[in-house]
Every structure is written in structure tokens, then in C-alpha cells.
Design a protein around this ligand. Sequence first.
Ligand code: ADP
Ligand code: MG
Ligand code: MG
Length: 246
Amino acid sequence: MSELIIKDLRASVADKEILKGVNLTIRGGEIHALMGPNGAGKTTLGSTLMGHPNYTITGGSIKLDGKELTNKTPEERARAGLFLAFQNPVSVTGVKLSSFLRTAYKQLHPEEKVPLSEFQGRIKDHLKKVGLDEEFLSRSVNDGFSGGERKRAEILQMVILRPKIVILDEIDSGLDVDALKLVADEIREYYSQEVGFLIITHYQRILKNIDPEFVHVLIDGKIAMNGEKSLALKIEEDGYDWIRSE
Ligand code: ADP
Ligand code: MG
Ligand code: MG
């Protein structure tokens, strides 16, 4: 079973400390929601976990299945089973989505020899499920994709690459109601006892479709409150001020 253990994680961006000691454990089969006001450090947490070069870890540790990831490259973290769907996915000009997925898959699962035709079949199947046309396969990754298309493409990457720990940073923002449903269906289909999720969101509408067992609130770089799904509902009604004052 997968287990991501984040211990007293501290990180800074441009010499400013943003994460001030985050503790969180995510196991296979668990769905965690992470909420928090703008600028709390949610994206910083996702990016720091993934090893983005702009974020410097200044303390604490990140372990996945007992393996220390703290000083590892993003590629090594991905190979260990970590996946991040970006809040703002960047485009990769000149790399077709189909070759990107094929290359990434081979790097992440070198032991699996999936014939190209079967692999393409899988991709086409999931393209349909996330509501993207087949022509996207021959387009450069995210290049000229609308905001919603980028989010769908991130979910496509998740199901194809089959990570053990999935971090989704505002996957619901910019999606219309129908797209949100397709994306939520894909997430639920991918969900299993082998996979743990951290869903970063402002809204409980995605949590209606994907039931989180745990809800955490990040405020000023620290987890200020832990709760159940009802906490997400309360935040949507009452905001964050009451948590700040507790
Ligand atoms: P959230 O995702 O919770 O809205 P972020 O993690 O994006 O918050 O940002 C946390 C804080 O870090 C903000 O004050 C933001 O301005 C700052 N920050 C993030 N990235 C950078 C950067 N590259 N340079 C300077 N400050 C940054
Ligand atoms: Mg934000
Ligand atoms: Mg953010």
C-alpha cells in the first residue's frame, strides 16, 4: 500500500518562507481535500512535493513508501509514484501529447511492455472519457489548449501514467458543470485502495462528486484545521475567518 508521509515540511520561494511546518500523511485508498485562502501556500505545497526548482525545502521531510524524496529530482519523484496536476498547466511546444504520454509511461513503468497499438487504444478510450477529441493526440502538450482542455489533459495524464499518490491543484477551476462531471468520473474510476489523493480546491462542488474522507485547511503555510467533509461545507458557508481566530 502506498503511503506519503510529509513531516514538518518547510519551504521557501524567492527567499520567503511559505510553508511553515506542514504535517500530512496520505495512504492508498484515502481521499484528502486541502482547502485554504488565496496565498496560503497550497500550490507551494504541491510544487514542493513534486520538486519544482523554484521552491526550496528548508526543513522537514517527504517520504513515499519509506523512500526519502526530499532531495530527489522531479523525475525521481514521479518514478516513485508521485503525480501533480498543475493549477496552471504549462504548454510544451514541439512535443505531441501522444509521444509525451508514451515516453513518460516508459520511464515510469519500464518493466511493462505495452504494444503501441494497445497504448494508443487506452489513450483514445480515456480521451473520450474526459471529453477531448482524438485530434488532441497530435497537438503539442497544452499548446493552444483552453483552460478547461488543459485540466482534462492533466486528468488524462493521471489515468494513463497510473501514479500512486495524486495531487490535483484546483483541477475544478475553469471547468464547466459537464466537464467537472467527466473529470470527477475519471478520478472516481481511477480511485482504488492503491492510490491516495490530495485534492486542492476552493469549492465543495467537486467534493460532491468525489467524497473526501479528510479535509485539511492550510492557513499561512500551516495546517490550521483537520476535519471531515462537513468542514468543507462549513467553509463554503462561513469562509476562513472563524478558523483564523480559533
Ligand atoms: P495558494 O495556492 O494557496 O493560493 P501559493 O502557494 O500559490 O498559494 O502562494 C503562496 C505565497 O507564495 C503567495 O504569497 C505567493 O505570492 C508566493 N509565491 C508563490 N510563488 C512565488 C514566486 N515564484 N515568487 C514569489 N512569491 C511567490
Ligand atoms: Mg490561489
Ligand atoms: Mg494555488
